[in-house]
Design a protein around this ligand. Structure first.
Ligand code: NDP
Length: 455
């Protein structure tokens, strides 16, 4: 054991992982005067910047043009849909991500954070090894996030994950996606919009578990209308490679021949080789790192935050945790993160935006509710001819009139719900919604004009 005395530590804080949470904690702690180093063996910015939120949103934009060209004809534009060139999108994405990597480098080095390139392994509660070089620190922060996993079945290794899908050499004309969560549903929309034939399989009766049931059903129906072949109660039992193609055998005994199989069945904590066995850090039953409200693990000098701990795997939450950690440890301020009313969006097509409780959760927690629901054809599609509808839902606690859940499926749901989330977090009542003047004509005004409960 090489535990050093406090004043002899190389750093006040050594962060392992330069993703959303690690970068925020490292640079804020350094700005507050701490001596900080961060180890990263892959890319600066982590999953979000490199193989997650950022490239995903760029690809969502790309895919929306496909429908946009078709919609435009109803508004008088006569041109045919232009051809789509995958290498242009992929390579422009690479250029943009390189630009962001450089910004992240600067975000870290400007306040004085030392970037150590390589894989960090905890050797003892105050020592980290990075590819043979040792660093001591008063505190160590684990922020290595999660990593996609694949279920076990013959040929599972022939599938790809969200780590590889952005940089495919060839555009897949026919694609099969396993999973019914965020990533599977977002990529079904992306590749369908870009022109691929997409089959999405979900193992149970209704996908997007955890979302409001009306949202799940409505989204399934809208996703099917876009042309995605969405199949429930179906899974994969085997994948075989035949030439350039993959033959996928399904649980119903049928098979599909596709160019690419994308496996999006969840992400697990990225703790392999982290050296936790050299510490008193413990894991929860589901394998995520156990921390207290101050992000402290069972090893007092070691902290953890972001996706590697058990909670919603969302970049803005990791950022908030990084901020709170820095102020708690180095800013002399007690800060905490509020985990109730976290808004989230799924950039499937159409989008889902949501904040607060589902109807089922709200009935359990609050008892009697008033439910308001609205379904309509977005104004744009009166002329575009596109067969797409939107849905909005408000869940109100009867006793207090407080809006405890707000859900939307439709264009820009993420943008709309982000604004609404402030009101919900502040405790807005249905009467507050009713007394708010709408902006006309928008979809969002529907949230302040629903008057008759449906349940
Ligand atoms: P999710 O947990 O969202 O979804 C995983 C899906 O895979 C579920 O439908 C699950 O089914 C299914 N599944 C799990 N195991 C198997 C299996 N063995 N065989 C077949 N299907 C299986 O994980 P994702 O990978 O989609 O995303 C990971 C996390 O990343 C998300 O939870 C989210 O927090 C975050 N994320 C956020 C985004 C955003 O903010 N827009 C975008 C992308 C990711 P079941 O429901 O039955 O368990």
């Amino acid at each position: 054991m090489t535990t050093a005395a406090k004043n002899d530590f190389d750093y006040d804080l050594f962060v392992i992982g330069a993703g959303s949470g690690g970068v925020r904690a490292a640079r804020m702690s350094a700005s507050l005067g701490a001596r900080v180093a961060v180890a990263e063996d892959l890319y600066l910015g982590g999953t979000c910047v490199n193989v997650g939120c950022v490239p995903k949103k760029l690809y969502v934009y790309a895919s929306e043009f496909g429908k946009g060209f078709k919609d435009a004809r109803g508004f008088g534009w006569q041109s045919e849909r232009p051809a789509f060139d995958w290498p242009t999108l992929r390579d422009n994405k690479v250029t943009e991500i390189s630009r962001l990597n450089a910004i992240y480098d600067n975000l870290l080095t400007s306040p004085g954070v030392k970037i150590v390139r390589g894989r960090g392994t905890v050797i003892d509660p105050h020592t980290v090894d990075v590819d043979g070089k040792r660093f001591t620190a008063e505190k160590i922060l684990l922020a290595t996030g999660t990593w996609p996993y694949k279920p076990e079945f013959p040929g599972a290794d022939l599938s790809i994950t969200s780590n590889e899908v952005f940089d495919l050499e060839q555009f897949p004309e026919r694609m099969l996606i396993i999973g019914g969560g965020y990533i599977a549903t977002e990529f079904a929309g992306i590749f369908n919009g870009l022109g691929a034939e997409v089959i999405q399989l979900y193992r149970s009766a209704l996908f997007m578990r955890g979302f409001d049931d009306d949202v799940r059903e409505f989204t399934a129906s809208e996703v099917r209308k876009t042309g995605v072949d969405l199949r429930f109660n179906t899974n994969v039992t085997a994948i075989e490679k035949t030439g350039d193609k993959y033959t996928v055998t399904l649980t119903d005994g049928s098979s599909e021949v596709v160019d690419t199989v994308l496996c999006a069945v969840g992400r697990r904590p990225n703790i392999d080789g982290l050296g936790l066995e050299n510490t008193a850090v413990t894991l929860k039953d589901n394998g995520f790192i156990k921390v207290d409200g101050d992000f402290q693990t069972d090893e007092p000098s070691i902290y953890a935050l972001g996706d590697i701990t058990d909670g919603p795997q969302l970049t803005p939450l990791a950022l908030a945790e990084g901020m709170a950690f820095s102020y708690n440890q180095f800013g002399g301020e007690a800060r905490s993160v509020g985990y109730e009313y976290i808004p989230t969006a799924v950039f499937c097509q159409p989008n889902i935006g949501t904040v607060g409780y589902t109807e089922t959760e709200a009935r359990d927690k609050f008892g009697e509710l008033d439910i308001y629901k609205s379904e309509f054809k977005p104004m744009k599609h009166t002329l575009s001819g596109r067969d797409e509808r939107s849905m909005m839902k408000l869940i109100v606690e009867k006793a207090s009139d407080r809006v405890v859940g707000l859900h939307m499926v439709g264009p820009d749901a993420g943008e709309i719900v982000q604004g609404m989330a402030i009101a919900i977090k502040m405790g807005a009542t249905k009467a507050d919604f009713d007394s708010t003047i709408g902006i006309h004509p928008t979809a969002a005004e529907e949230f302040v004009t629903m008057r008759t409960p449906v349940g």
